[in-house]
Design a protein around this ligand. Structure first.
Ligand code: LER
Ligand code: MN
Length: 269
């Protein structure tokens, strides 16, 4: 398993679960100094910075790119794959495909989190899930062109009413025969929705492709009431070799949050 930390460049997500909001060059330096192996990028869009610039920053700092988020499509542009408006759904998928291409050129998969949206109003759950499946099929195919998977993230009930648990994500992938889609196990969302985190990880074993490593309160692991040991034991047991990516709040301060994360990972790995 590899360590990663999120670098956020989206002002609209300033209060979000991100430790580093500094300009990218500084963010890469801080991530390296904190002891991480890779970074996960949360960017305003595919044109914010060139692929070459990221390649050069990654090389200079000896860091890899773990994944790229697509959440800015929602927080900045209000786009979701399940919006009642066809025009908005098309724009949402276009944004995601551009982020897949951006990440793909860096060998990094893109993540679908908040851009999955919600059902409600004139949109039934069945309709929203059908749109989601259609979009995931396209995204999985596009990602395959770059030899990376596309990451789908079940979110807690306060963020989506579509899919909240890993098992439902796994069932969805299987029921729709979606290829090249992996699940993101965000331990914060799981703490709200799952009965037993380790058991859920084992049950969804073959689908898990990324982990957001956060404690129950979304602080660094060790600053809430989760026990990381059975979670890591389950990840080991399923042969997970992906990232433990710290998508966490910068509390009580960024330095403590990063030190605590690295310490936690070192103590369990
Ligand atoms: C994104 O990775 C996530 O976990 C969400 O809570 C943010 O939309
Ligand atoms: Mn997450």
């Amino acid at each position: 398993m590899r360590t990663a930390i999120t670098l956020c460049q989206v002002p609209e997500a300033a209060a979000g679960p991100f430790v580093f909001h500094e300009p990218l060059a500084q963010g890469f330096t801080l991530a390296k100094e904190a002891g991480f192996e890779d970074v996960e990028l949360f960017l305003p869009g595919p044109d914010h910075v060139s692929v070459d610039e990221i390649k050069s920053l990654a090389q200079t700092h000896g860091l890899g790119i773990a994944a790229v988020g697509t959440g800015a499509g929602m927080v900045k542009h209000g786009l979701s794959l399940t919006d009642p408006s066809l025009e908005k759904r098309v724009a949402a998928l276009d944004f995601i495909e551009q982020m897949i291409a951006f990440g793909g050129q860096l060998g990094a998969p893109a993540i679908l989190g908040s851009m999955q949206g919600k059902y409600g109003g004139n949109v039934s759950k069945e309709q929203a899930l059908e749109w989601l499946a259609d979009a995931l099929r396209i995204a999985g195919n596009t990602a395959a062109k770059y030899n990376v998977p596309f990451i789908y993230e079940p979110l807690n009930r306060y963020e989506t009413n579509l899919i909240n648990r890993l098992a439902d994500g796994a069932d969805f992938i299987e029921a729709h025969s979606l290829g090249n889609i992996v699940l993101l196990a965000d331990l914060f969302h799981m703490n709200i929705e799952e009965i037993d985190l380790a058991a859920s990880i084992r049950a969804a074993a073959k689908h898990i492709g990324h982990v957001h490593y956060a404690d129950s309160n979304r602080r660094a692991m060790g600053l809430g009431h989760s026990d990381p040991k059975p979670i890591i034991a389950a990840l080991r047991e399923i042969g997970y070799t992906g990232h433990l990516s710290a998508e966490i709040l910068p509390l009580p301060d960024p330095l403590t949050a990063t030190q605590q994360t690295i310490q936690s990972i070192r103590s369990v790995l």
